[in-house]
Design a protein around this ligand. Structure first.
Ligand SMILES: [Zn+2]
Length: 189
C-alpha cells in the first residue's frame, strides 16, 4: 500500500495556541512543522541509551547520572549543539499539581551551561521509574534543549511537532522502527 501524502495529518495547534501573542504563534508553528530530529549515525547511540536500563533497575543514582551524561553528550556532539549539565535526583518532587519528572533550564536561567534534571523515583511509593518512562523524560528535556540550540526557537513549546520529535528520538534510541505518517481517524474515510 502506498502512503498518500494527502492523508498526512496537518499539524493541529493545541488549545493554548489561540492565547499566544503573534511572535509566539510563529515560533509555535515552526516547532510544529519539525517532526523529527535528524541525528547522524543514531545507531551508535543505542548502546548508550540501553546502558541506562540496568543501572536504573539497580537504583544506582550516580551511575544513572553518568550514563545519562554520556548519552546527552553524544547527542549534542552529533548535532553540534552546546553541552548540558546533567543531574539525576532520587525522588520526584510533588505537589497538588502532580509529580515533577524532569526539568530543563536553558543557559539564560542557569547563567552558564544549560541544565537537565530528571528524577528516578516516584514521589508516592519511592519506586524506581520504568526505563522507558525515564528515557522518555530525558529525551523530552533534550528536545527542549534542541528547540533553543539546534532550531534556534525563541521559546520551546509542547506542540504536536515537539511530541513527534520526542517519539521519533525514543524509537531511534531504542532501535525501534519509525512509524509511518499518522492518519487521523476521521480522515480514513
Ligand atoms: Zn516539557
Amino acid at each position: 500500500m502506498s502512503q498518500d501524502a494527502s492523508l498526512r495529518r496537518p499539524p493541529m495547534p493545541f488549545a493554548y495556541y489561540d492565547r499566544l501573542p503573534a511572535d509566539s504563534k510563529r515560533t509555535y508553528r515552526r516547532s510544529d512543522g519539525i517532526r523529527r530530529v535528524e541525528i547522524a549515525d543514531a545507531a551508535a547511540l543505542l548502546p548508550l541509551a540501553r546502558a541506562i536500563e540496568p543501572l536504573l533497575e539497580r537504583g544506582d543514582r550516580q551511575a544513572v547520572e553518568s550514563a545519562c551524561r554520556v548519552l546527552v553528550d553524544a547527542i549534542n556532539a552529533r548535532l553540534g549543539t552546546p553541552p548540558v549539565r546533567m543531574r539525576v535526583f532520587e525522588r520526584r518532587p510533588a505537589d497538588a499539581g502532580g509529580e515533577l519528572q524532569g526539568l530543563y533550564e536553558p543557559d539564560e536561567v542557569t547563567g552558564g551551561t544549560a541544565r537537565i534534571t530528571v528524577w528516578m523515583r516516584t514521589a508516592q511509593r519511592v519506586q524506581v521509574v520504568k526505563f522507558r518512562t525515564f528515557l522518555r523524560t530525558l529525551v523530552h528535556e533534550v528536545c527542549h534543549h534542541l528547540d533553543y540550540e539546534l532550531y534556534k526557537l525563541e521559546e520551546t513549546f509542547h506542540t504536536e511537532g515537539f511530541y513527534a520529535r520526542e517519539s521519533a528520538m525514543m524509537r531511534e534510541l531504542l532501535g525501534e522502527p519509525q512509524k509511518g505518517p499518522q492518519i487521523n481517524a476521521d480522515q480514513r474515510g
